[in-house]
Design a protein around this ligand. Structure first.
Ligand SMILES: [Mg+2]
Length: 314
């Protein structure tokens, strides 16, 4: 990337993020200006606005690339706005969880951002669509949908990892495992009680490798279904997942595909999309292959459970 290539659209969510990421963002912006780049910064006013700003950048001939500073929600909307454009997207992680940025190999350090920008290594990123709503990372049905619902009901402004403790605890003791039906490419692969995850990234909250075979650019979505009707069984699944042993179990279905339907005869099953409350069932999910070009740190791996717990505490 050279200054002659065009301006850099710098989309910042002023609400999201820890102060460390705000500092990283300012340092990166200063670095770009010093190098002679025309940096045009915009502060988002809403998630829809983040998408609009990205769409404007995508169709503007003079724009060479897009930088987004924000959490998973902001990143998703910017990716959505860029869908189908070949302009590279660089993510400066600025949220609580940063699921996608972590999957791409980012941490919150300025040197990682600079190294990534200078190397200019680009990979295609698939997006997902759930009832027409875009997602980048993961959809959860049931248990974790309920947790996200509780967190968002209590949410006023920025949340951190500690915001989840109460909701996880309460959901664990009160959750009723409602039955769901899952179809993959039109074929029923599950009909029963359990937890269902569909997504494009291998690591979920705190680095759990729920969809451990997921590749964000392979044109496929991964599906993991935990057969589960009791708290004891849920604890077993959690331990096996933390140990990366879950998908070999007879009580887990692990598949990949392009079209997934999740439905239920029961109403009120909560869902979450990329950590935000999702729509009611039935949900039709499909992959949008190679929708966006993302700049990634070459050779980096997603951070594991230990690293992410240390980061969360630090
Ligand atoms: Mg994939």
């Amino acid at each position: 990337m050279k200054p002659d290539d065009g301006y850099i659209a710098y989309i910042v969510n002023p609400k999201s993020g820890a102060s460390s990421s705000k500092l990283t963002s300012r340092q990166f912006e200063r670095f770009l200006v010093k190098r002679g780049f025309d940096v045009r910064a915009s502060l988002t006013t809403s998630l829809d606005n983040a998408c609009e700003l990205a769409t404007d950048a995508a169709v503007d001939y003079d724009c060479a690339m897009v930088v987004v500073v924000g959490g998973d929600g902001t990143v998703r909307e910017v990716a959505h706005g860029l869908e189908g454009s070949d302009k590279p997207l660089l993510i400066v992680p600025g949220g609580t969880e940063n699921l996608l940025a972590n999957e791409l190999g980012f941490d919150e350090k300025i040197r990682t951002i600079l190294r990534t920008f200078e190397a200019g290594y680009i990979r295609p990123l698939d997006l997902g669509s759930a009832n027409g709503k875009c997602f980048t990372s993961i959809i959860g049905f049931g248990f974790d949908g309920q947790i996200v619902k509780r967190v968002s009901e209590r949410r006023d402004g920025h949340i951190d990892h500690f915001s989840y403790f109460g909701p996880i605890w309460r959901t664990f003791w009160t959750y009723e495992f409602a039955p769901m039906k899952v179809e993959l490419e039109g074929e029923e692969i599950f009909n029963g009680r359990g937890l269902v995850f569909v997504g494009n990234i291998s690591r979920y909250a705190v680095g759990l490798q729920v969809l451990h075979n997921a590749d964000f650019g392979d044109g496929l979505l991964d599906v993991c279904i935990y057969k589960c009707a009791s708290r004891v069984h849920l604890v077993k699944h959690s331990v096996m997942t933390a140990l990366k042993q879950h998908s070999t179990g007879r009580d887990v279905i692990y598949r990949q595909g392009r079209n997934i339907n999740v439905s239920s005869q029961f109403s009120g099953i909560a869902t979450e999309i990329d950590g935000d409350p999702g729509p009611d069932l039935p949900i039709q999910i499909k992959v949008i292959p190679q929708a966006v070009n993302v700049m990634v740190p070459e050779g980096s791996k997603p951070a594991g459970i230990r690293t992410r717990i240390i980061r969360a505490i630090g």
